[in-house]
Design a protein around this ligand. Sequence first.
Ligand SMILES: [Zn+2]
Length: 348
Amino acid sequence: MDPNDARVILEEERSRGLELIRAADTLEELEVAKVVALGRKGRFAEVQRALGSFDHDDRRTLGMRANEVRDELQHAFDERREDLHRAGEDALLDADRVDVTLPGRRPRPGSLHPLAIVERRIVEVFTRMGYRVVEGPEIEDEWHNFEALNIPPDHPARTMKDSLYVDVPGLLLRTETSAAQIRTMESHDPPIHVVCPGRVFRQETPDATHLPVFHQVECLAVDEGISFADLKGTLEAFAHEMFGGDRRVRLNPDYFPFVEPGAQVAVSCFICDGVGCPTCGNGWIELLGAGMVHPKVLENCGYDSERYTGFAFGLGIERVAMIQYGVPDMRMFIEGDVRFLAQFQGAA
Ligand SMILES: [Zn+2]
C-alpha cells in the first residue's frame, strides 16, 4: 500500500465510520457499524497492518493519525451507545407510565346467591320469634335419619333408590334436615325451639322441580302444652313475615311418619291474591309439610310423651325461592350463570 493511499483511506474511513454510527437507530445496528468501521476485516485495519512497511516518517505520522481516527470513532461509538441505551429506557418508562388522573377501576361487588338470601330471611323470621339455629352433620347414621324419626326399616324412603348411602355401612347423606331434630332432643331438655337450615341429598334426576342436592329449613318446637293451634299460629306468623301480612294459611291432612297428625300447608297466592294464576293454579301455593311430633319420636329421644308435645315442619328453600322470585326451573339455581345470579344483587 502506498502511504498516500493510506492517508486518503484513513480520512474516508473516518467520515464513513462517523456517518454509520450516527445512522444507527438501535444498539444492534450500532454494533454492526462498529465492526464495519474498526473491525479486523475493514479498510482501517488494512492501513494499520500496512504501517510496518512504510518508512520511518510516514509510519510515525500515519500511525498517529490512525490512532486519532480510532479514538474518535471509539468515542463517537460510546456516546451513541449511551444515547440509544437511554432512549430505550425512556421508551420502557413511557410504556409503563401510569396516568394518575384516570378514574380508578372499582371491583364489582358480589351478591348473595338467591338461595342464601331466602335461607337468611327464613332463619331471620324464626330467630325473631325466639328460635335458635342448630346444625347437624350432612353424613348421618340410619338411627338419626330414619329410625328415630319413626321411619321403619321396611319404609320405601330407606331403599337405595331414594337415599344416597356412603361406603361405610349404616351411614348415608341425610335425606332431610329432620335428623337435626333428633340430635337436638337427644342432647337438650325441653323447652326446645330450634330451626335447622342445611343441605339434604336424594337420588333424583335433576328436572325443573327436583335436584339431588337441595336445601331445607327444619323447625321444631317441643314443650308442655304445645298444641296444633300453636303450629297453625306459627305458620301464619311465618307466612305473614315472609310473604306479606294478608296471606292466609291452609292445612290439609297429610301423612309423614314422624308426625301425628300431619298436614300439607299451603299459603294463599301472593301473586293473584288467591284468585288463581299460572303460578298457583287454584289460588293456593303448597309450601311445606308439618305436623305434631309423633309420640314415638319424642320417646325415641328420651322425652315423656305424656308430658311433652311439639310440632315440626320442613321447608324447601328452593321451592320458596322459585315462588318468591318467579324462577321457573330449579336447575337455574345451580347453573352458576352470572346473568341469572346478578339479578338478585341487593335483594332482601
Ligand atoms: Zn296465584
